[in-house]
Design a protein around this ligand. Structure first.
Ligand SMILES: [Zn+2]
Ligand SMILES: [Zn+2]
Length: 239
């Protein structure tokens, strides 16, 4: 497992997020996180509970499982949102878009070369062949995405990949951060165009301002809060 896990983070995570539906506050935004692929990537189905319109963040694979979940929840899946274009996050996006005629939103254009390299990524890591795609809409820092009546804010957080974005839902104090930050770790930066200092800057300048109370859903492993990571994360603790 070490070989395939090591694409994401500086440290290994043994405990994945238990599947759960989160419904806090009075906002009508809900989500269900489903680990997919051999990398146990945390794909999240997010939806507006007033309209039952859903978006899926990082459908890296296991599409039938994901579609089964959305169907059982009674949701209309309308959009694909991507944090970055590593195979376990974006590997199923092209096929899902084609199957259901869905638009793909994100990541930031800095990840174009990772999208172009999806076939090589799938071969290298033993994934099913990934279908190439062109995002319907690239994302940039400060933009928003909308599903039903709910709006999420986009922050560009380069470092792990140059085009990595995160999705912030302040109405439920949640952030979907992909491979930027993990409980007790941070994303790897030894890939082409990875940059350790840039990743630290993304975390401290673009994640921390969302507030210590913000719970984040990382690309792998369990949820945590920014406040907890600021206290105890060995890479960004004390920042
Ligand atoms: Zn990942
Ligand atoms: Zn990644």
């Amino acid at each position: 497992m070490r070989r395939i896990r090591s694409i994401h983070s500086s440290r290994l995570h043994s405990n994945a997020i238990p599947e759960k539906i989160v419904n806090r506050f009075s906002a009508m935004l809900r989500y269900l996180t489903v680990p997919v692929t051999a990398f146990q990537q945390n794909c999240s189905i997010v939806w507006c509970d007033a309209t039952h319109r859903a978006a899926i963040i990082d459908p890296g694979g296991d599409l039938d499982t994901l579609l089964g979940k959305t169907q059982r929840l009674g949701l209309a899946l309308e959009q694909i949102w991507l944090t970055h274009a590593h195979i376990d996050h974006a590997g199923g996006a092209g096929e899902l878009a084609e199957r259901l005629q869905l638009p793909i939103t994100g990541p930031h254009p800095g990840d174009q070369f990772w999208i172009d390299g999806l076939p090589q990524q799938s071969a290298m890591f033993g994934f099913p062949p990934a279908r190439p795609f062109t995002p319907t809409r690239w994302l940039h820092d400060g933009e928003t995405v909308q599903i039903g009546n709910e709006t999420l804010h986009v922050r560009h957080c380069p470092g792990h990949t140059p085009g990595h974005v995160v999705f912030h839902a302040p109405q439920i104090d949640r952030a979907f951060v992909g491979d930027v930050l993990f409980a007790g770790s941070i994303g790897r930066t030894d890939f082409p165009q990875g940059n350790h200092q840039q990743l630290l800057d993304s975390i401290t300048q673009r994640l921390w301002p969302m507030g210590d109370q913000t719970v984040f859903i990382p690309g792998h492993g369990p949820e945590s809060s920014f406040g907890r990571e600021r206290r105890s994360n060995p890479y960004v603790g004390g920042t």
